[in-house]
Design a protein around this ligand. Structure first.
Ligand SMILES: NC(=O)c1ccc[n+]([C@@H]2O[C@H](COP(=O)([O-])OP(=O)(O)OC[C@H]3O[C@@H](n4cnc5c(N)ncnc54)[C@H](O)[C@@H]3O)[C@@H](O)[C@H]2O)c1
Ligand SMILES: O=C(O)C(=O)C[C@@H](O)[C@H](O)[C@H](O)COP(=O)(O)O
Ligand SMILES: [Zn+2]
Length: 361
């Protein structure tokens, strides 16, 4: 199917474009800019042939392109893997006029962005996301990072890309559960800022989960527009950007407690249900709007409950959330659909009651 290419500009000190379409690899050279001579292509093991195709394309256009193959998934987001990439950059004499290209899911785009942010204190990075989640969220906005033993994304920096290439053809090989995981972040955008996203999913869940449908293409575009608008206004998360973290306080705790065996998007799905319960209990969200979280996510085959007797560990992990201030836990909650606000220092009994609610429902 042909899809017209959509170009969304992310504003800020150094504006950049997100291209959404099909067969877009030929656009990569343009996004890298005219001064770049050497490129490190970071890709996961599972996408070796995609990494090689990117390398060959850049080589054909006169660039020197070097591959850095990293582990699949969350195992790529470690200090050891970042150090491996720094070694390749050092041994290949990368200078400040050279660049990094991240080809893969959000784990690789987070890692590649972090490597680019730290090499020589910052070189260009262009992101080529290959999962739905990375297209609508991870590759856009310049949050880069790796995990530590204590938690998710605890080391990183804000380092916006020079461009993002969302080639929807990449979704052809993506397993359905990874596609659904990406839809959790799309639905998040629906709840915080674009109710039409929720309506599209509710109207036709088959189309929403079909990588070839125009509905999915519209969902990608809408979610990227939400993200672009927010990060264009508040790159460093001084206030507004926190809304993109909706559902993530609980989600990141689940990922840590489950030793990263849960997909990020699946954890976000449960995290959205948890915080909807919290907002309902705090008298901020109506029953209907809270229930809508569970219904939409469930219709997509995403988890809406968390079974496991892990409350003390989850609470401990939530305290290390980046939105916390000192001992004060802070949550993004909704006062209604499209009306995000904050809940600060909720009663510990309420925090646990919301947990009991989603573990028993
Ligand atoms: N920086 C941000 O703003 C931001 C936003 C959201 C999520 N994230 C991060 O993104 C990560 C999750 O990303 P994800 O959901 O893309 O998972 P992922 O990167 O772990 O990818 C999932 C799996 O799919 C494989 N894969 C990737 N593309 C494929 C394709 N086209 N076909 C077949 N297999 C493919 C990967 O190798 C991996 O095994 C988490 O670490 C999360 O913290 C970051
Ligand atoms: O872009 C943002 O800002 C987000 O919070 C998007 C989230 O979906 C994403 O998972 C992000 O990596 C979480 O960031 P963190 O600051 O909570 O580590
Ligand atoms: Zn996320």
């Amino acid at each position: 199917m042909t899809t017209e290419t959509v170009r969304i500009t992310v504003e800020g000190d150094a504006p950049y474009d997100v291209l959404i379409g099909r067969g877009l690899l030929g656009e990569l050279r343009g996004l890298l800019g005219p001064k770049v001579a050497k490129v490190l292509v970071v890709h996961p093991r599972a996408l070796r042939s995609t990494g090689e195709a990117v390398r060959d394309d850049l080589t054909a256009q006169g660039l020197e392109a070097i591959l850095a193959e990293v582990p699949d998934g969350e195992e790529a987001k470690t200090a050891e893997v970042a150090a491996f990439c720094w070694t390749v950059l050092g041994q290949s004499d990368f200078t400040r006029s050279d660049a990094v290209v991240g080809v893969g899911g959000g784990a690789v785009t987070d890692l590649a962005g972090f490597v680019a942010a730290t090499w020589l204190r910052g070189v260009r990075v262009v992101q080529v996301p290959t999962t739905l989640l990375a297209m609508v969220d991870a590759a856009v906005g310049g949050k880069t990072g790796i995990n530590t033993a204590e938690g998710k994304n605890l080391v990183g920096s804000f380092h916006p890309p020079a461009g993002v290439l969302c080639d929807l053809d990449a979704l052809d090989t993506l397993p359905p559960h990874d596609l659904r995981a990406g839809l959790a972040e799309v639905v998040k955008c629906g709840f915080i800022a674009d109710e039409r996203i929720l309506e599209l999913v509710e109207a036709d869940v088959e189309a929403a989960t079909d990588p070839h449908s125009p509905v999915l293409a519209e969902l990608v575009e809408r979610a990227v527009r939400v993200k672009a608008r927010v990060v264009g206004e508040d790159l460093k998360e001084s206030d507004l950007r926190e809304i993109l973290n909706y559902g993530h306080t609980f989600a990141h705790a689940v990922e840590l407690v489950e030793r990263y065996q849960w997909r990020h998007g699946a954890a976000v799905s449960v995290g959205l249900c948890y915080v909807a319960e919290l907002a309902r209990m705090a008298g901020r969200l109506s029953d209907a709007d809270a229930d809508r979280h569970r219904d939409v996510l469930q219709s997509l085959g995403l988890p809406t409950t968390y079974r496991g007797d892990r409350w003390p560990q989850l609470l401990d992990a939530m305290k290390r959330d980046k939105k916390s201030r000192g001992a004060l836990l802070r949550f993004v909650v909704l006062d209604g659909i499209g009306r995000p606000s904050r809940l600060e220092g909720p009663d510990p009994a309420m925090l646990q009651a919301a947990y009991s609610e989603i573990s028993s429902s």
